[in-house]
Write a protein that binds this ligand. Structure first.
Ligand code: BTN
Length: 249
């Protein structure tokens, strides 16, 4: 099976009914020199799904989209790694715009929210070579048809849209959006990507509470810096935070 509506993403699809993590499997595939850009690893169920900050990613088997994409962004400098995050989050946003009655938002760096609740997450793992990125594994988990969640802060597309989705159909659609945004990056449209990412960023220019070193503070997200760090305006002025340095309250 391959998808029809793309040039190179999803021309090779590796489906496994279950695995530890599609990112693990994709990283293993990359050890074979023949692993082509655009290869997808997709599963119904992960036994050790991984999230950001060392978190686990657990979802109900067979109900959701759980996949990893192999890309070879050799054109991208290591300092521009965050553009892969922007590409993936934005493409997911674009895809949801066609399916969700209410718009999604991107919670920095790459959580996908609908109605303020988390419906998806992204875990990107890059392999570096010299000054560039030889390959990247783009892991995406989107809650689609699942109805029950352990955390009340989670939701799914079906809960929001009030109908179920055919996973194969929306899988192909998601991939075409990812390819479009990735081609924008390959063609050097960095400014457009950054503009669109910021336009859909959760709590941009809003006063809210954050946590840094167990200290709560109030601040206003003003953007991201050249490395993708979050810029928050605080009483001290503009400060940049990486993933380990700040959390949302
Ligand atoms: C997060 O929100 O912290 C990121 C979650 C990423 C989950 C996806 S599911 C497919 C891929 N395989 C994994 O083990 N993780 C990512």
């Amino acid at each position: 099976k391959t998808v029809e509506n793309t040039l190179f993403i999803g021309k090779k699809i590796v489906f496994v009914p279950t695995c530890t993590s599609t990112n693990d499997l994709a990283i293993k595939l990359l050890q074979q020199p023949a692993a082509v850009e655009g290869t997808i690893v997709v599963t119904d169920s992960q036994t050790a799904g991984r999230g950001q900050r060392g978190n686990q990613w657990q979802t109900e088997p067979g109900q959701n989209l759980t996949l990893s994409i192999i890309l070879k962004p050799v054109f991208l400098a290591i300092k521009d790694q965050f553009y892969l995050t922007m590409v993936t989050a934005l493409a997911t946003y674009d895809f949801l715009k066609t399916q969700s009655p209410i718009p999604a938002q991107i919670k920095w760096p790459n959580d996908i929210l609908i109605g303020g609740k988390k419906m998806g997450g992204i875990l990107i793992e890059n392999q570096l070579q010299g000054d560039s990125i030889s390959s990247a594994v783009i892991g995406i988990g989107l809650n689609i048809n699942q109805k029950d969640f352990v955390f009340h802060t989670a939701t799914s597309l079906s809960l929001v849209a009030q109908h179920d989705f055919t996973l194969q159909e929306i899988f192909a659609l998601l991939l075409s959006h990812i390819e479009s945004r990735y081609l924008m990056l390959r063609n050097g449209h960095h400014d457009t990507l950054k503009r669109d990412y910021l336009q859909n960023l959760f709590q941009l220019n809003e006063s809210a509470n954050y946590l840094h070193n167990d200290q709560q503070f109030t601040g206003i997200i003003r953007g991201i810096d050249a490395w993708g760090k979050l810029i928050i305006e605080t009483e001290q002025g503009m400060e940049s935070f990486d993933l380990k340095e700040v959390s949302f309250l």
